[in-house]
Design a protein around this ligand. Structure first.
Ligand code: ATP
Ligand code: MG
Length: 428
Protein backbone atom coordinates (compact mmCIF):
# COMPACT_ATOMS: atom_id res chain seq x y z
CA UNK A 1 0.00 0.00 0.00
CA UNK A 2 1.26 3.47 -0.82
CA UNK A 3 2.54 5.36 2.23
CA UNK A 4 0.21 8.24 3.12
CA UNK A 5 1.80 11.66 3.31
CA UNK A 6 0.87 15.04 4.74
CA UNK A 7 -0.75 17.48 2.32
CA UNK A 8 1.53 19.71 0.26
CA UNK A 9 2.60 22.77 2.25
CA UNK A 10 1.49 21.24 5.57
CA UNK A 11 4.46 20.45 7.77
CA UNK A 12 4.95 18.14 10.78
CA UNK A 13 6.99 19.50 13.68
CA UNK A 14 8.94 16.64 15.21
CA UNK A 15 10.60 16.14 18.62
CA UNK A 16 13.87 18.05 18.61
CA UNK A 17 12.16 20.79 16.67
CA UNK A 18 9.17 21.14 19.05
CA UNK A 19 11.53 22.24 21.84
CA UNK A 20 12.61 25.20 19.72
CA UNK A 21 8.96 26.12 19.11
CA UNK A 22 8.18 25.86 22.81
CA UNK A 23 11.12 28.09 23.68
CA UNK A 24 10.02 30.78 21.23
CA UNK A 25 6.42 30.53 22.37
CA UNK A 26 7.25 30.84 26.03
CA UNK A 27 9.70 33.72 25.57
CA UNK A 28 7.10 35.53 23.45
CA UNK A 29 4.33 34.92 25.96
CA UNK A 30 6.46 36.31 28.76
CA UNK A 31 7.56 39.31 26.66
CA UNK A 32 3.98 40.22 25.71
CA UNK A 33 2.45 39.74 29.12
CA UNK A 34 5.11 42.02 30.61
CA UNK A 35 3.90 44.69 28.20
CA UNK A 36 0.29 44.27 29.33
CA UNK A 37 -1.02 42.10 26.49
CA UNK A 38 -3.63 39.40 27.15
CA UNK A 39 -4.09 36.29 25.08
CA UNK A 40 -7.14 35.70 22.87
CA UNK A 41 -7.93 32.39 21.15
CA UNK A 42 -10.36 32.35 18.25
CA UNK A 43 -11.59 29.37 16.18
CA UNK A 44 -9.63 28.18 13.15
CA UNK A 45 -12.81 28.21 11.10
CA UNK A 46 -14.89 31.32 10.42
CA UNK A 47 -17.65 32.31 8.00
CA UNK A 48 -16.06 33.19 4.65
CA UNK A 49 -17.77 36.56 4.64
CA UNK A 50 -15.62 37.73 7.56
CA UNK A 51 -12.48 37.60 5.44
CA UNK A 52 -13.96 38.86 2.19
CA UNK A 53 -15.43 41.87 3.99
CA UNK A 54 -12.36 42.74 6.03
CA UNK A 55 -9.33 41.72 3.98
CA UNK A 56 -11.00 42.68 0.71
CA UNK A 57 -12.13 40.72 -2.35
CA UNK A 58 -9.36 42.19 -4.48
CA UNK A 59 -6.47 40.94 -2.35
CA UNK A 60 -4.47 37.83 -3.21
CA UNK A 61 -5.41 36.31 0.13
CA UNK A 62 -9.15 36.42 -0.56
CA UNK A 63 -9.11 35.98 -4.32
CA UNK A 64 -6.69 33.06 -4.58
CA UNK A 65 -5.34 31.81 -1.27
CA UNK A 66 -8.27 30.89 0.99
CA UNK A 67 -9.23 27.37 2.02
CA UNK A 68 -13.00 27.72 1.72
CA UNK A 69 -15.70 25.06 1.61
CA UNK A 70 -19.42 24.59 2.15
CA UNK A 71 -20.12 22.74 5.40
CA UNK A 72 -22.90 20.25 6.01
CA UNK A 73 -25.22 23.06 7.07
CA UNK A 74 -24.71 24.79 3.71
CA UNK A 75 -22.58 27.61 5.15
CA UNK A 76 -19.51 28.89 3.41
CA UNK A 77 -16.62 28.47 5.86
CA UNK A 78 -12.94 29.39 5.61
CA UNK A 79 -9.86 28.28 7.51
CA UNK A 80 -8.46 31.54 8.84
CA UNK A 81 -5.73 32.99 6.58
CA UNK A 82 -4.70 35.60 9.18
CA UNK A 83 -5.56 36.62 12.72
CA UNK A 84 -6.76 40.22 12.71
CA UNK A 85 -10.25 39.80 11.21
CA UNK A 86 -11.18 37.02 13.65
CA UNK A 87 -9.88 38.99 16.63
CA UNK A 88 -11.96 42.02 15.62
CA UNK A 89 -15.00 39.77 15.13
CA UNK A 90 -14.52 38.25 18.61
CA UNK A 91 -13.89 41.61 20.26
CA UNK A 92 -17.15 42.97 18.80
CA UNK A 93 -19.16 39.82 19.48
CA UNK A 94 -18.21 39.89 23.16
CA UNK A 95 -18.38 43.65 23.64
CA UNK A 96 -14.74 43.92 24.76
CA UNK A 97 -14.45 47.42 23.34
CA UNK A 98 -17.03 48.65 25.87
CA UNK A 99 -14.43 47.83 28.52
CA UNK A 100 -11.92 50.37 27.20
CA UNK A 101 -8.52 49.90 25.55
CA UNK A 102 -7.61 46.37 24.57
CA UNK A 103 -4.15 44.92 24.08
CA UNK A 104 -4.44 41.36 22.83
CA UNK A 105 -2.12 38.71 21.44
CA UNK A 106 -2.70 35.41 19.67
CA UNK A 107 -0.61 32.58 18.37
CA UNK A 108 -1.58 29.72 16.10
CA UNK A 109 -1.87 28.21 12.64
CA UNK A 110 -3.06 30.13 9.58
CA UNK A 111 -3.92 28.67 6.18
CA UNK A 112 -3.20 30.05 2.71
CA UNK A 113 -3.20 28.14 -0.53
CA UNK A 114 0.14 29.43 -1.84
CA UNK A 115 2.99 27.81 -3.72
CA UNK A 116 5.05 26.11 -1.00
CA UNK A 117 8.74 27.05 -0.86
CA UNK A 118 11.29 27.87 1.84
CA UNK A 119 9.60 30.20 4.32
CA UNK A 120 6.21 29.76 2.66
CA UNK A 121 3.79 27.04 3.66
CA UNK A 122 0.08 26.38 3.31
CA UNK A 123 -0.32 25.90 7.03
CA UNK A 124 1.98 28.31 8.84
CA UNK A 125 1.97 29.96 12.26
CA UNK A 126 1.65 33.55 13.31
CA UNK A 127 2.23 35.25 16.60
CA UNK A 128 0.37 38.54 16.54
CA UNK A 129 -0.87 41.45 18.61
CA UNK A 130 -3.89 43.71 18.15
CA UNK A 131 -4.47 46.93 20.09
CA UNK A 132 -7.74 48.82 20.10
CA UNK A 133 -8.58 52.36 21.11
CA UNK A 134 -5.12 53.94 20.85
CA UNK A 135 -4.26 56.18 17.95
CA UNK A 136 -1.25 58.37 18.71
CA UNK A 137 2.06 57.99 16.86
CA UNK A 138 3.56 57.18 20.28
CA UNK A 139 1.32 54.14 20.56
CA UNK A 140 2.37 53.06 17.02
CA UNK A 141 6.00 53.36 18.08
CA UNK A 142 5.41 51.45 21.29
CA UNK A 143 3.75 48.52 19.52
CA UNK A 144 6.46 48.45 16.84
CA UNK A 145 9.08 48.52 19.61
CA UNK A 146 7.47 45.48 21.22
CA UNK A 147 7.99 43.46 18.02
CA UNK A 148 11.50 44.85 17.60
CA UNK A 149 12.47 44.10 21.22
CA UNK A 150 11.06 40.58 21.03
CA UNK A 151 13.18 39.84 17.96
CA UNK A 152 16.22 41.43 19.63
CA UNK A 153 15.78 39.52 22.86
CA UNK A 154 15.76 36.34 20.76
CA UNK A 155 19.13 37.67 19.52
CA UNK A 156 18.12 37.77 15.87
CA UNK A 157 20.57 39.78 13.86
CA UNK A 158 20.45 41.51 10.46
CA UNK A 159 16.97 42.93 10.90
CA UNK A 160 15.69 46.00 9.10
CA UNK A 161 12.59 47.96 10.07
CA UNK A 162 10.85 49.59 7.11
CA UNK A 163 8.02 52.03 7.60
CA UNK A 164 5.62 53.97 5.42
CA UNK A 165 2.48 56.01 5.81
CA UNK A 166 -0.62 55.08 3.84
CA UNK A 167 -2.31 58.28 5.02
CA UNK A 168 -5.99 58.66 5.79
CA UNK A 169 -8.49 56.95 3.49
CA UNK A 170 -9.19 60.17 1.59
CA UNK A 171 -5.44 60.64 0.91
CA UNK A 172 -5.27 57.11 -0.41
CA UNK A 173 -8.33 57.52 -2.60
CA UNK A 174 -6.91 60.64 -4.26
CA UNK A 175 -3.59 58.90 -4.78
CA UNK A 176 -5.19 55.74 -6.13
CA UNK A 177 -7.07 57.72 -8.83
CA UNK A 178 -3.91 59.56 -9.84
CA UNK A 179 -1.82 56.38 -9.87
CA UNK A 180 -4.35 54.48 -11.98
CA UNK A 181 -4.47 57.31 -14.56
CA UNK A 182 -0.66 57.34 -14.73
CA UNK A 183 -0.36 53.55 -14.96
CA UNK A 184 -2.98 53.37 -17.72
CA UNK A 185 -0.70 55.51 -19.85
CA UNK A 186 2.18 53.05 -19.21
CA UNK A 187 0.03 49.93 -19.25
CA UNK A 188 2.13 48.06 -21.82
CA UNK A 189 5.25 48.27 -19.65
CA UNK A 190 3.60 46.56 -16.66
CA UNK A 191 4.15 42.89 -15.80
CA UNK A 192 1.15 40.58 -16.20
CA UNK A 193 0.25 40.46 -12.50
CA UNK A 194 0.31 44.24 -12.22
CA UNK A 195 -1.86 44.58 -15.35
CA UNK A 196 -4.46 42.43 -13.64
CA UNK A 197 -4.21 44.43 -10.43
CA UNK A 198 -4.75 47.77 -12.12
CA UNK A 199 -8.54 47.45 -11.88
CA UNK A 200 -8.81 45.51 -8.67
CA UNK A 201 -6.00 46.48 -6.28
CA UNK A 202 -3.79 49.14 -7.90
CA UNK A 203 -1.85 50.06 -4.73
CA UNK A 204 -0.51 46.49 -4.57
CA UNK A 205 1.34 47.20 -7.84
CA UNK A 206 3.73 49.29 -5.73
CA UNK A 207 5.19 46.20 -4.11
CA UNK A 208 5.36 44.19 -7.32
CA UNK A 209 8.36 41.86 -7.40
CA UNK A 210 8.96 42.58 -11.13
CA UNK A 211 12.12 44.59 -11.80
CA UNK A 212 10.60 46.12 -14.92
CA UNK A 213 7.56 47.36 -12.99
CA UNK A 214 9.74 48.65 -10.15
CA UNK A 215 11.85 50.65 -12.64
CA UNK A 216 8.74 52.12 -14.17
CA UNK A 217 7.39 53.07 -10.73
CA UNK A 218 10.41 55.30 -10.10
CA UNK A 219 8.66 57.85 -12.31
CA UNK A 220 5.14 57.30 -10.96
CA UNK A 221 3.29 59.66 -8.60
CA UNK A 222 4.26 58.99 -4.97
CA UNK A 223 1.84 58.39 -2.12
CA UNK A 224 3.74 60.74 0.19
CA UNK A 225 2.84 63.70 -2.04
CA UNK A 226 -0.85 62.98 -1.50
CA UNK A 227 -0.81 62.91 2.30
CA UNK A 228 -2.72 65.76 3.92
CA UNK A 229 -0.86 67.97 6.41
CA UNK A 230 -2.15 66.00 9.40
CA UNK A 231 -1.08 62.64 7.95
CA UNK A 232 2.36 64.03 7.10
CA UNK A 233 2.86 65.43 10.60
CA UNK A 234 1.76 62.14 12.10
CA UNK A 235 4.29 60.22 10.04
CA UNK A 236 7.10 62.65 10.93
CA UNK A 237 6.20 62.33 14.62
CA UNK A 238 6.46 58.54 14.40
CA UNK A 239 9.92 58.85 12.87
CA UNK A 240 11.05 61.20 15.64
CA UNK A 241 9.85 58.81 18.34
CA UNK A 242 11.58 55.82 16.71
CA UNK A 243 14.81 57.84 16.59
CA UNK A 244 14.36 58.69 20.24
CA UNK A 245 13.92 54.98 21.03
CA UNK A 246 17.11 54.27 19.03
CA UNK A 247 15.26 51.84 16.78
CA UNK A 248 16.86 52.11 13.32
CA UNK A 249 14.41 52.32 10.40
CA UNK A 250 14.15 53.04 6.69
CA UNK A 251 11.26 54.82 5.00
CA UNK A 252 10.09 52.64 2.13
CA UNK A 253 7.58 54.55 -0.02
CA UNK A 254 6.59 51.33 -1.82
CA UNK A 255 5.58 49.49 1.33
CA UNK A 256 1.82 49.09 1.06
CA UNK A 257 1.00 45.71 2.68
CA UNK A 258 -1.41 43.33 1.04
CA UNK A 259 -4.54 43.95 3.02
CA UNK A 260 -7.11 46.66 2.39
CA UNK A 261 -7.82 47.80 5.91
CA UNK A 262 -4.56 49.58 6.73
CA UNK A 263 -4.28 53.36 7.20
CA UNK A 264 -1.40 55.65 8.24
CA UNK A 265 1.46 53.57 9.64
CA UNK A 266 2.47 50.40 7.80
CA UNK A 267 5.66 48.56 8.67
CA UNK A 268 7.64 45.42 8.03
CA UNK A 269 10.65 43.90 9.69
CA UNK A 270 12.75 42.04 7.18
CA UNK A 271 15.96 40.05 7.33
CA UNK A 272 18.51 39.68 4.57
CA UNK A 273 19.16 36.16 5.88
CA UNK A 274 15.74 35.02 4.67
CA UNK A 275 16.23 35.16 0.88
CA UNK A 276 13.16 36.06 -1.10
CA UNK A 277 10.65 35.45 1.74
CA UNK A 278 12.35 38.20 3.71
CA UNK A 279 9.53 39.57 5.84
CA UNK A 280 9.45 38.16 9.32
CA UNK A 281 6.96 40.65 10.80
CA UNK A 282 4.36 42.87 9.17
CA UNK A 283 1.74 45.17 10.56
CA UNK A 284 0.30 48.61 10.92
CA UNK A 285 -2.69 50.74 11.70
CA UNK A 286 -6.20 49.72 10.67
CA UNK A 287 -8.52 52.43 11.88
CA UNK A 288 -11.29 51.51 9.43
CA UNK A 289 -11.65 47.83 10.19
CA UNK A 290 -13.76 47.83 13.35
CA UNK A 291 -16.34 50.09 11.66
CA UNK A 292 -16.23 47.94 8.55
CA UNK A 293 -17.18 44.89 10.62
CA UNK A 294 -20.13 46.64 12.27
CA UNK A 295 -18.57 48.17 15.41
CA UNK A 296 -18.46 51.86 16.26
CA UNK A 297 -15.36 53.43 14.74
CA UNK A 298 -12.34 52.41 16.84
CA UNK A 299 -8.70 52.68 15.97
CA UNK A 300 -6.59 49.55 15.74
CA UNK A 301 -2.94 48.69 15.42
CA UNK A 302 -1.32 45.29 15.16
CA UNK A 303 1.41 43.09 13.76
CA UNK A 304 2.04 39.45 13.02
CA UNK A 305 5.29 37.53 13.08
CA UNK A 306 5.64 34.45 10.88
CA UNK A 307 6.97 31.83 13.27
CA UNK A 308 8.44 29.49 10.64
CA UNK A 309 10.54 32.38 9.29
CA UNK A 310 11.47 33.44 12.82
CA UNK A 311 12.67 29.92 13.62
CA UNK A 312 14.70 29.82 10.40
CA UNK A 313 16.50 32.95 11.59
CA UNK A 314 17.12 31.59 15.04
CA UNK A 315 19.17 28.58 14.02
CA UNK A 316 20.28 26.86 17.20
CA UNK A 317 20.84 30.06 19.13
CA UNK A 318 17.47 29.60 20.84
CA UNK A 319 19.14 27.00 23.05
CA UNK A 320 21.02 29.83 24.73
CA UNK A 321 17.73 30.96 26.17
CA UNK A 322 17.38 27.77 28.18
CA UNK A 323 20.58 28.37 30.09
CA UNK A 324 20.01 29.14 33.77
CA UNK A 325 21.39 32.36 35.20
CA UNK A 326 22.18 30.63 38.46
CA UNK A 327 22.87 27.00 39.38
CA UNK A 328 22.33 26.38 43.09
CA UNK A 329 24.88 23.94 44.52
CA UNK A 330 23.87 22.76 47.99
CA UNK A 331 24.68 20.00 50.45
CA UNK A 332 23.61 19.28 54.03
CA UNK A 333 20.16 19.13 55.61
CA UNK A 334 19.98 22.79 56.64
CA UNK A 335 21.61 23.95 53.41
CA UNK A 336 19.12 22.06 51.23
CA UNK A 337 16.15 23.84 52.75
CA UNK A 338 17.85 27.25 52.64
CA UNK A 339 18.78 26.61 49.00
CA UNK A 340 15.18 25.81 48.10
CA UNK A 341 13.94 28.96 49.83
CA UNK A 342 16.57 31.04 48.03
CA UNK A 343 15.84 29.49 44.62
CA UNK A 344 12.15 30.34 44.91
CA UNK A 345 12.95 33.94 45.85
CA UNK A 346 15.38 34.40 42.97
CA UNK A 347 12.88 32.94 40.49
CA UNK A 348 10.31 35.46 41.68
CA UNK A 349 12.80 38.09 40.54
CA UNK A 350 12.80 36.77 37.01
CA UNK A 351 16.10 34.92 37.25
CA UNK A 352 16.42 31.45 35.74
CA UNK A 353 17.44 29.25 38.61
CA UNK A 354 18.33 25.57 38.50
CA UNK A 355 18.39 23.93 41.91
CA UNK A 356 20.52 20.83 42.30
CA UNK A 357 18.43 18.46 44.37
CA UNK A 358 20.67 15.40 44.01
CA UNK A 359 22.30 15.57 47.44
CA UNK A 360 25.52 14.50 45.67
CA UNK A 361 29.02 15.63 46.61
CA UNK A 362 30.05 19.23 45.96
CA UNK A 363 32.41 18.17 43.19
CA UNK A 364 29.67 16.27 41.33
CA UNK A 365 27.28 19.19 41.69
CA UNK A 366 29.93 21.62 40.38
CA UNK A 367 30.46 19.42 37.32
CA UNK A 368 26.73 19.54 36.64
CA UNK A 369 26.72 23.31 37.20
CA UNK A 370 29.48 23.65 34.58
CA UNK A 371 27.57 21.48 32.13
CA UNK A 372 24.42 23.59 32.57
CA UNK A 373 26.41 26.59 31.22
CA UNK A 374 24.93 28.77 33.97
CA UNK A 375 26.71 32.05 34.48
CA UNK A 376 26.85 31.72 38.25
CA UNK A 377 26.90 28.97 40.87
CA UNK A 378 25.36 29.86 44.17
CA UNK A 379 26.93 27.70 46.86
CA UNK A 380 25.29 26.74 50.12
CA UNK A 381 26.73 24.18 52.56
CA UNK A 382 25.97 23.80 56.24
CA UNK A 383 29.03 25.98 57.03
CA UNK A 384 27.56 28.82 54.98
CA UNK A 385 24.19 28.41 56.67
CA UNK A 386 25.85 28.51 60.12
CA UNK A 387 27.81 31.65 59.13
CA UNK A 388 24.71 33.26 57.61
CA UNK A 389 26.34 33.49 54.15
CA UNK A 390 25.92 32.45 50.55
CA UNK A 391 28.82 32.21 48.10
CA UNK A 392 28.45 33.20 44.48
CA UNK A 393 31.01 31.79 42.05
CA UNK A 394 31.43 32.87 38.46
CA UNK A 395 31.46 29.78 36.26
CA UNK A 396 33.90 30.34 33.43
CA UNK A 397 32.96 29.03 30.06
CA UNK A 398 36.27 30.48 28.88
CA UNK A 399 38.63 27.69 29.89
CA UNK A 400 41.72 29.84 29.21
CA UNK A 401 40.94 32.02 32.15
CA UNK A 402 42.17 30.82 35.52
CA UNK A 403 40.66 33.53 37.70
CA UNK A 404 37.41 32.45 39.30
CA UNK A 405 35.57 35.33 40.81
CA UNK A 406 33.86 34.70 44.09
CA UNK A 407 31.51 36.94 46.02
CA UNK A 408 30.16 36.39 49.49
CA UNK A 409 26.79 37.79 50.50
CA UNK A 410 25.22 37.77 53.92
CA UNK A 411 22.06 35.66 53.80
CA UNK A 412 20.22 38.60 55.37
CA UNK A 413 21.26 40.75 52.39
CA UNK A 414 19.08 39.09 49.80
CA UNK A 415 18.44 42.42 48.12
CA UNK A 416 22.16 42.97 47.58
CA UNK A 417 22.50 39.53 46.02
CA UNK A 418 19.53 40.01 43.74
CA UNK A 419 20.48 43.45 42.54
CA UNK A 420 24.02 42.15 41.83
CA UNK A 421 22.61 39.27 39.76
CA UNK A 422 20.06 41.42 37.92
CA UNK A 423 22.71 44.04 37.08
CA UNK A 424 24.94 41.32 35.71
CA UNK A 425 22.06 39.94 33.68
CA UNK A 426 21.15 43.18 31.90
CA UNK A 427 24.73 44.14 31.14
CA UNK A 428 25.88 40.69 30.07
P1 ATP B 1 4.46 37.74 2.01
O1 ATP B 1 4.67 39.02 1.26
O2 ATP B 1 5.72 37.07 2.41
O3 ATP B 1 3.49 36.82 1.30
P2 ATP B 1 2.27 38.74 3.52
O4 ATP B 1 2.26 40.20 3.30
O5 ATP B 1 1.31 37.89 2.77
O6 ATP B 1 3.76 38.15 3.37
P3 ATP B 1 1.14 38.98 6.18
O7 ATP B 1 -0.23 38.67 5.77
O8 ATP B 1 1.47 40.35 6.58
O9 ATP B 1 2.16 38.44 5.08
O10 ATP B 1 1.58 37.99 7.37
C1 ATP B 1 2.55 38.34 8.36
C2 ATP B 1 3.72 37.39 8.36
O11 ATP B 1 3.28 36.04 8.31
C3 ATP B 1 4.64 37.50 7.15
O12 ATP B 1 5.52 38.57 7.31
C4 ATP B 1 5.34 36.16 7.16
O13 ATP B 1 6.39 36.17 8.11
C5 ATP B 1 4.25 35.24 7.62
N1 ATP B 1 3.63 34.55 6.47
C6 ATP B 1 2.68 35.01 5.62
N2 ATP B 1 2.34 34.08 4.72
C7 ATP B 1 3.10 32.97 5.01
C8 ATP B 1 3.22 31.66 4.46
N3 ATP B 1 2.46 31.26 3.44
N4 ATP B 1 4.12 30.80 5.01
C9 ATP B 1 4.87 31.17 6.06
N5 ATP B 1 4.81 32.39 6.64
C10 ATP B 1 3.94 33.29 6.13
MG1 MG C 1 1.44 36.68 1.09
Amino acid sequence: MKQLQSLRGMVDVLPGETERWQAVESISREHLSRAGFKEIRTPLLEVTDLFSRSIGEATDVVSKEMYSFIDRGDRSCTLRPEGTAAVVRAVLEHGLLNKGFQRLWYCGPMFRYERPQTGRQRQFHQLGVECFGMNSPTSDAEVISIAWDLLSCLRIEGLVLEINSLGASLDRKKYRDELVDWLKVHFEKLDLDSKQRLDTNPLRILDSKSKQTQDLLQEAPQLKDFLCEESTQRFLALQEILKHLKIPFKVNPCLVRGLDYYSHTAFEITSHHLGSQATVCGGGRYDGLVGELGGSPTSGFGWAIGLERLLMLLGDSIHRNWIPDVYVVNRGIKAEISALVLARKLRAFDLRVQLDSSGASFSKQFKRADRSSATWALVLGDDEVTNGEVRLKRLHSNKMSSTVKEHIFSSSDLEGLMSFLLDEKVTR
